[in-house]
Design a protein around this ligand. Sequence first.
Ligand SMILES: [Zn+2]
Ligand SMILES: [Zn+2]
Length: 368
Amino acid sequence: MSILETRALVKRYSSRVCPLNGLDLEIQPGEWISLTGVSGSGKTTLLNLLAGLDTPTSGQVNVLGRDLARLSRGELTEFRREQVGLVFQQFHLLPYLTALENVMLAQHYHSLADARSATDALVHVGLGERLDHRPEALSIGERQRVCIARALVNDPKLVLADEPTGNLDDVNARIVMGLFGALHRSGHTLVVVTHDDLFARMADRVFRLEDGKLLEVPRKVDERDWVEEEILHEIWSCTEKGISTTLEAMNLAHHVESLQAMDTLAATGQITVTGALLRLTRAGLPRARAAVRRHRIVERLFSDTFQVDGEEVHELAERFHALMPYGSVGPICSYLGHPKTCPHGHVIPPGDCCSDASDRETRLPQLV
Ligand SMILES: [Zn+2]
Ligand SMILES: [Zn+2]
């Protein structure tokens, strides 16, 4: 059964203003959906309808099998409290309460004020050290993370977020994006309105609102680049382990795409393939190094900031390449204090931002 469904959903403000004109959308449990579109295209209107904060002109919103229009005011309030976590661009934190109290306030409406689970929620978003800080003493990015902790404290099935990175600088935006990645992994259903293309593409499906209609945006082809980089990364890793790189030794996710990518890498002189053996060339080295560095920095971000453990962290980093275009690697490296190793203990190739570049031992792949 779908967790959320709209049928012929219409929202009309006047004969001329009709931001939603017959939307049919079905979201499965655990799915992550991005909603994009120019400003004024009705993204926030749609999100408000899904949250039961607004009523449609016609059509239906069903959440967990219940038609929101049929709920009484009291039932609707209860539904929002129990089933939905809301994250807005504006923070709506109470200035005279601490981070912990702000999260506990959400619980209070949930009729369960429990400092322990509120603390857990804040630890989960990397704010374990900031429990007693008031909003004014928190950075903008930290405030947004308090809001996410607050949305999560009741463990809602559905998380609805409106431009959660909208007010954030690049580093904090990446952290919040990573947090959504971790939420997705833990099985939450996410509907995120965003204008950030990379953030949008982390989702399972991306939709664009245009002229009152919802269009599914096809995946971009540059995912092929990522498969190529995964292969370069695997060659690097095999070298570190002291084993020769063969197709069997590599831990590749997409078999057919990987074979195509191998051909491209060989044809462009970045690797050589001799029998079953893959080797990096001098030309392929810088790209391999950059790919390994980015992967391990993303791993550190997940493990240090969100306490994701070693088993999961590699997969998360693999899946959420989009979290970090190469331009963001330096700022995140600085934010993390220029880590020397990934959570698995492998050396992170240093970047221009790292002052200790010369004393890091990297075992370079044998070049051909
Ligand atoms: Zn690692
Ligand atoms: Zn650095």
